[in-house]
Design a binder for this molecule. Sequence first.
Ligand SMILES: [Zn+2]
Ligand SMILES: [Zn+2]
Length: 245
Amino acid sequence: MRDNHLHTYFSYDSDADFRDYLEYYDGEIVTTEHYDLSNPYSKQDDVPDYAAYSQKIRELKEQYGNRLKKGIEIGYYAPRESDILTYLAGKDYDLKLLSVHHNGINDYLDDEVAGMDKHAVIQDYLDRLEYAIGRVEADVLAHFDYGFRLFDVSVEELKGYDIQLRRIFQKMIDCGLAFELNSKSMYLYGHEHLYIYALRLLKELGCPKYSIGSDGHKLEHFRLKFDRIRGLLADYGIGEEQLLR
Ligand SMILES: [Zn+2]
Ligand SMILES: [Zn+2]
């Protein structure tokens, strides 16, 4: 299974080089570079240089063969929707992730957010996530828990959002997006239990497509704990044919 969530120096917060991944692993590599407008963390529009990115991929394909794919992680922010659509128009990607990273004031990983009211943050995030689905064309709903990565959330607490989570997942299914198992969320932010709960809901809803991504920004996180995720998928009766690539 391919790692469907990966960053290089084309993302504002990564220094990784394509070759780090290409030399380490001989299967397909797709990078999903950050596209985040009005990013409160960097205080700018973070836009990967499409021409340079495409050129780099072409060069690397000559050396490494046709196992390199083009991707983008679209950070959706409603006030900039028209700019997002304009940027994406006419650009060609093999994989598009849909994410919500910020609310215009804070990225949900800002230190400040950790001191805020947990339930207010979760509600704000889920409302934005629910709205974002279907607004731009994409293949994968990335890290459904991004807005509350900084918090310890129990399954009981997450169940409090059950009705909305079901709506979000149904919308994701209806829009043809795959559900992402994000190994950084699961194993670096300790949210495996929340993903297991999500898998139970998704099975009930008949979700047909899943995607596995490390969200790696460096080689150490590439394909993080994929064997463990493989086991989880088997436990929930999700077959390889349901995985995106
Ligand atoms: Zn992300
Ligand atoms: Zn990412």
